[in-house]
Design a protein around this ligand. Structure first.
Ligand SMILES: [Cu+2]
Length: 143
């Protein structure tokens, strides 16, 4: 009697094990990612720009900017449409970044975030960051 019970219990344990593996796999697939945006421009690099200029991420992802321009060119990633925007810097502002420096944010609010570079606004160095529940999701808020 007790011997016959051991077999189904063993199968139950196997099934429970498989379920936990599948669950962990699912959690892994919705994990937060890090997206990197390069700040470019200057001698040998052409126009001052963010690359890619337009980025879509999931809520909870980390967005990282890195200044790839040659020294001593400084950039910023500053929320807003420009220095004349009363909301300038409201959601994020890296401050001046030297060559090789990085700045990271994690946005937990859905929407489309326009941003610019303070030193190169006059050269139209701008970017757009869209945050959705999921990658490529249509976004409701326009900031
Ligand atoms: Cu710049």
């Amino acid at each position: 009697m007790s011997h016959r019970l051991e077999v189904p219990m063993g199968r139950l344990a196997l099934v429970a094990g498989l379920v936990s593996i599948i669950t962990l796999g699912f959690i892994g697939s919705v994990q937060a990612d890090t997206v990197t945006i390069e700040m470019l421009g200057g001698p040998g690099q052409g126009d001052f720009r963010f690359s890619p200029v337009e980025v879509t991420v999931k809520m909870g992802d980390t967005v990282e900017w890195i200044n790839m321009s040659p020294s001593p060119i400084m950039h910023t990633a500053t929320y807003g449409m420009g220095a004349g925007d009363p909301m300038s810097g409201f959601f994020f502002d890296s401050g001046l970044m030297a060559t090789g420096e990085t700045y990271s944010i994690t946005l937990t609010r859905m929407g489309t975030y326009h941003y610019y570079c303070i030193p190169h606004e006059f050269l139209d160095m701008r970017g757009i960051l869209t945050v959705g529940h999921f990658q490529n999701e249509a976004v409701q808020n326009e900031f």
